[in-house]
Design a protein around this ligand. Structure first.
Ligand code: 5GP
Length: 260
């Protein structure tokens, strides 16, 4: 078999040229980074789980009419997606204060926000992804006003859908990050959801215990990150397991099951 051409290697994914023009293969790695790659490590099996979770979420978003790049999962670690022109903006949606907003504005972590907030960050590792306003986006031409309207309304739809999806499995969706891209049809373009949706880019808290089930376990040295990612997949019904979907997260049980 001929070697595939690698297009890009990021912190958690590798992109390869797809089998047909306009397609890309996303390969999900186990590598984990935090604080703009100052902290590096691996979360065993993360790539496999994120591939499945992202497939699950994007497929359902497609069903409710949120256009996205997902085509199909190819194998344990790879999925076929549409090639897009990535818009260099990270869109963060927040329901509950945590992370950088708590630090920046002194709002205690866990405080419910009066309403859902959308924030924008400029995707630039060298600058540490600085927070930007819509005025910056328009001023520097990163996206048009029309595109920003589409992006913000899609972000709200994704949030509404995911809040319900996670609430059904006893998980609070605190915040998450989305990325969007343009697809072209002649001279016309439209914006679709791209990248991935997984515990790497979401804050997910168990509704009963408040236990963190996301990458903050790695960022904050809490341990149990593999178990937390597995727990999210299990509750979504993506892993075979005899226990019920809304059982409370029990780290010690997970470790015993995995012989640790
Ligand atoms: P914060 O701004 O509080 O650090 O992050 C807000 C939300 O966006 C969190 O759920 C976090 O996981 C996600 N997020 C922000 N920036 C990034 C990023 O560069 N990579 C990933 N994977 N997630 C991010």
């Amino acid at each position: 078999m001929s070697r595939r051409r690698q297009i890009y290697e990021g912190k958690a994914k590798i992109l390869y040229e797809g089998p047909e023009p306009g397609t890309i293969i996303q390969y999900f790695k186990d590598d984990a980074t935090a604080f703009n790659a100052l902290k590096k490590g691996t979360i065993q099996g993360k790539g496999v789980i994120n591939n499945r979770i992202s497939e699950y979420v994007f497929t359902r978003l497609n069903h409710i009419g949120v256009p996205n790049h997902f085509i199909r999962r190819l194998n344990m670690r790879e999925q076929l997606v549409r090639q897009v022109e990535i818009i260099p903006i990270e869109v963060v949606v927040r329901n509950v204060a945590a992370g950088s907003i708590s630090k920046r504005l002194g709002i205690p972590e866990g405080e419910m926000l009066p309403h859902t907030l959308i924030e924008y960050y400029y995707k630039d590792d060298a600058l540490g992804d600085p927070m930007i306003a819509e005025e910056h986006i328009a001023c520097f031409g990163w996206a048009t006003n029309e595109e920003m309207q589409d992006i913000s309304s899609m972000a709200i739809r994704v949030n509404d859908f995911m809040c319900g999806m996670f609430a059904a499995i006893n998980i609070r969706l605190v915040d998450f990050k989305l990325e969007f891209g343009r697809i072209w049809d002649g001279d016309y373009s439209r914006v679709i959801l791209a990248d991935e949706i997984s515990p790497d880019g979401c804050r997910l808290w168990d509704m009963t215990t408040g236990e963190k089930l996301d990458k903050d376990r790695f960022r904050r040295d809490l341990g149990g990150e593999e178990e937390a990612y597995q727990e999210v997949a299990r509750r979504l019904g993506l892993l075979q397991d005899e226990s019920g979907p809304t059982e409370v997260f029990d780290l010690s049980k997970h470790r015993k099951l995995r012989g640790k």
